[in-house]
Write a protein that binds this ligand. Structure first.
Ligand code: TUI
Length: 314
């Protein structure tokens, strides 16, 4: 049985978090992950604040286990969701794409467990000083908005930099990734891409199929020139976006307008031309649609087998 400080801290059975994916992570997916013993996480990026609030209420009806809400700090709804989390007594908050400084005091006062996503040791140290209970060290293998460092180098350095537990994210989709993350010093993992194929994940069928068909080189990073790199599947949309970034006659504003609403088009409509199918480099390891419980149990089983077999190297 794999146990760590993350289980004690959050009250979950297995130290596996489901990433808070914009437009994707709703009550259906989060409750399925939480019911299976992991930590399901609802994303704050959705149509509007009311939708997020409703997803939180729905999640409470679908599970009596702990769950979390992810707050993307650049979202215009971040402040409103920060308050809803307190009002609804959501047990865990994860944050992404910035510093949660303005909300820390209100969350800590309310007893919310705060676990920020960090992409460097400096930010991890700051988060520890601010009262974070753990950090998620996310490498650039991840889908969506990413930092500069990769998981293999980032995780051990963050583990050395802080005393609070570290959860590894980025490129982890099976027991091999989880066992490796534990060896790097992490006490848990967060998976996003693997859960895109969960039965309970409500994204468009086309999105799921594209993940299942993806191989190791199926993703591309765009948005570097705009200061916010994003990893997604190679599609007509993402290739055009990359071309526009290289074209000196294009303004940043024109590029941003081209990208606006593209994630929603992928998630809701399965729009293969104009959709942004955010996914991590682990997409090539995702082979089938299966219930969240099966995904979690498979990862745990594989990890245990691998950890038991480590003497073969000694
Ligand atoms: O936030 C993410 N991944 C995301 S957010 C997102 S929403 C979106 N929608 C449309 C277009 C673009 C984005 C999709 N994917 N991951 C967590 C994460 N946080 N990755 C990197 C960081 C991060 C970076 C810098 C955390 C803290 C940080 O602080 C440094 C600073 O200077 O603010």
């Amino acid at each position: 049985m794999i146990k760590s400080r993350i289980c004690e801290l959050t009250g979950i059975k297995y130290p596996i978090f489901q990433g808070g994916m914009a437009w994707v992570s709703d009550a259906s997916l989060a409750s399925a992950v939480s019911n299976a013993g992991g930590l399901g996480i609802i994303s704050c990026i959705n149509a509007d604040v009311e939708t997020v609030h409703n997803e939180i209420i729905k999640c409470k009806q679908l599970t009596d286990k702990p769950f979390g809400v992810n707050i993307m700090l650049q979202s215009p709804t971040a402040a409103a969701v920060a308050q809803i989390v307190v009002d609804e007594k959501v047990p865990v908050v994860t944050t992404g794409a910035g510093m949660p400084t303005p909300y820390m005091e209100q969350w800590l006062k309310a007893g919310v467990i705060v676990i920020p996503v960090v992409a460097s040791t400096a930010i991890a140290e700051k988060m520890e000083r601010m009262g974070a209970s753990a950090v998620i060290a996310e490498g650039g293998e991840s889908g969506g908005h990413i930092g500069e460092m990769n998981t293999m180098a980032l995780v051990p350095q963050v583990c050395d930099a802080v005393k609070i537990p570290v959860i590894a994210a980025g490129g982890i989709a099976d027991g091999r990734g989880m066992a490796a993350a534990l060896m790097l010093g992490a006490e848990g993992i967060q998976c996003g891409t693997r859960f895109l194929s969960a039965t309970e994940c409500t994204i468009h069928e086309t999105y799921k199929n594209k993940i299942i068909e993806a191989n190791d080189t199926a993703t591309i990073v765009t948005g570097k020139s705009l200061g916010h790199p994003v990893r997604s599947l190679k599609t007509p949309f993402s290739r055009k976006f990359a071309d526009m970034e290289k074209d000196p006659s294009q303004t940043d504003q024109a590029i941003m307008e081209f990208g606006s609403g593209s994630l929603r088009k992928a998630v809701k409509n399965g729009d293969v031309k104009m959709g942004s199918f955010m996914a991590g480099q682990s997409a090539g390891m995702v082979k089938k649609i299966q219930p969240a419980k099966e995904i979690i149990e498979e990862i745990i089983q594989e990890t245990e087998t691998l950890l038991r077999g480590t003497d073969k190297y000694l």
